[in-house]
Ligand binder design. Structure first.
Ligand SMILES: [Zn+2]
Length: 164
C-alpha cells in the first residue's frame, strides 16, 4: 500500500495517511515501450496544459493508455479533437488523447496501462499528425505529470517510454 506524509494547516504532520486524499495517478508517456517522442507545451495551447507529441513518420503509430482506467468517451469526429478517446482513471482524473486516426477501444471498456487505444492522426482541428494529450482533474486540464515528473511549460523536449 502506498503511504505518504501530509502536512496540514498548523504544521501538524499526519504520517501514514491513507491514499484517497488528492493524489495524482502515476501516468506514463502514452506510447509503447522503447520509444522517444518530442513533447511540446506552450501557453497558446488549448487548454494551456495540453501536450502535443510528435516523432518522425508518426502517422498511424500506436497510442497507448497512460494508466489503468475505463474508456469514458469515444468520439470519431469531434470538431476540435477529431478522433478522441477519454479515459476515466478514478478520483476525478481523466486523460484525453486526440486527433487519432483510428480508435481501437469502445466506451465502457476497461483498459490497462500500455494497452493500445488508437493510432496517431491529424483529425479535427489539426494541421499535421500528432498526439494531443491532456490530463484532467475534475474537468480541468492540469500540468501533465509523467513517471512522477511534472512537465515544464513552454518547452519542447524528448520523452522516452520505459525500455521493453
Ligand atoms: Zn494540441
Amino acid at each position: 500500500m502506498v503511504r505518504r506524509s501530509v502536512m496540514v494547516a498548523g504544521g501538524l504532520a499526519l504520517l501514514f495517511a491513507p491514499v484517497g486524499l488528492r493524489t495524482t495517478p502515476s501516468f506514463s508517456v502514452p506510447f509503447p515501450c522503447g520509444q522517444t517522442w518530442m513533447g511540446a507545451t506552450r501557453t497558446s495551447h488549448l487548454p494551456p496544459h495540453a501536450i502535443d507529441f510528435n516523432r518522425l513518420g508518426d502517422r498511424d503509430d500506436a497510442v497507448v493508455a497512460s494508466e489503468d482506467g475505463t474508456v469514458e468517451v469515444v468520439d470519431v469526429a469531434d470538431e476540435n479533437y477529431g478522433g478522441l478517446v477519454v479515459i476515466d482513471h478514478g478520483d476525478g482524473w481523466q486523460t484525453y488523447s486526440a486527433h487519432l486516426d483510428t480508435i481501437t477501444v469502445s466506451e465502457g471498456e476497461e483498459v490497462e496501462r500500455n494497452d493500445v487505444i488508437g493510432t496517431v492522426g491529424s483529425t479535427g482541428r489539426s494541421d499535421g499528425p500528432h498526439l494531443h494529450y491532456e490530463q484532467r482533474l475534475n474537468g480541468r486540464a492540469m500540468r501533465t505529470v509523467f513517471h512522477a515528473r511534472e512537465t515544464p511549460s513552454q518547452i519542447t523536449r524528448p520523452y522516452t517510454t520505459p525500455a521493453c
